[in-house]
Design a protein around this ligand. Structure first.
Ligand code: ADP
Ligand code: MG
Ligand code: MG
Length: 210
């Protein structure tokens, strides 16, 4: 699989929705430890709305699908994660103006998404947020392409790095979002948003590999 087309993008978003549904309790349990316990239900609600929205559309470009998903997340998720994830998908969607996207196109688009969420949320690597999964995922994605891997190889490398990044949030002190209110007590818990970000990359690798 060397390019991402509209149907594959749709499958990615649906697989993400299924994964958020399957992992909702786990994500909310992680959030209960350092936040308000709603991250799983937020993500499940948001991506369920995305799936519903996409069912009724025949987009002409990959970017339209992603941008519509971003807008839907912003309007349906109450928590901080709605605007954050929404900004990612909207920014990524802007760049993908064709019916297919190459691995390089997707890398550029996802980098735009990373930039957008950092601009909106102000988090850096090490702040115990989405960024701690997302930034290493993009580094791995780019490195894999540089090593000659295709889109699937890059997505798999990104998924692995995102999962490792999420786990690596456990010893970190939260500096953004609700978890930051806990100060030192945020240490020793895995960040829910980094964990859901890893699920998004795992869903991409999963659909590309089938
Ligand atoms: P809320 O905190 O409003 O209840 P969620 O529980 O859905 O929202 O999402 C919490 C997650 O959002 C955190 O685990 C963290 O990963 C992410 N997050 C919070 N603030 C930021 C930020 N400024 N930048 C990036 N991610 C953030
Ligand atoms: Mg929460
Ligand atoms: Mg909340």
């Amino acid at each position: 699989m060397s390019t991402l087309d509209i149907e594959m993008t749709r499958a990615w978003l649906q697989a993400t929705a299924a994964s958020m549904n399957d992992n909702a309790e786990r994500l909310s349990a992680l959030d209960a430890a350092i936040g308000d316990g709603d991250h799983g239900t937020n993500m499940r609600r948001g991506f369920a709305a995305v799936t519903e929205k996409l069912a009724g559309t025949e987009p002409a470009t990959v970017g339209e699908l992603l941008a519509l998903s971003g807008r839907t997340l912003i309007s349906t998720v109450g928590g901080a994660s709605g605007p954050l994830y929404g900004s990612i998908f909207r920014a990524a969607g802007k760049r993908l103006t064709g019916a297919t996207a190459t691995a390089d196109d997707l890398a550029d688009a996802l980098r735009d998404g990373l930039e957008a969420v950092q601009k909106l949320g102000g988090a850096q690597t090490g702040d115990k947020t989405i960024i701690d999964a997302y930034a290493p995922a993009m580094d791995a994605f780019t490195a894999a392409l540089g090593d000659g891997h295709d889109l699937l190889g890059a997505a798999r490398a990104a998924a692995t790095a995102a999962g490792e990044g999420a786990q690596a949030t456990i010893p970190l002190l939260a500096r953004k979002g609700r978890a930051s209110y806990l100060g030192e007590r945020s240490i020793g818990h895995q960040d829910p948003g980094a964990t859901s970000t890893a699920l998004v990359f795992e869903a991409l690798a999963g659909v590309l590999g089938t």
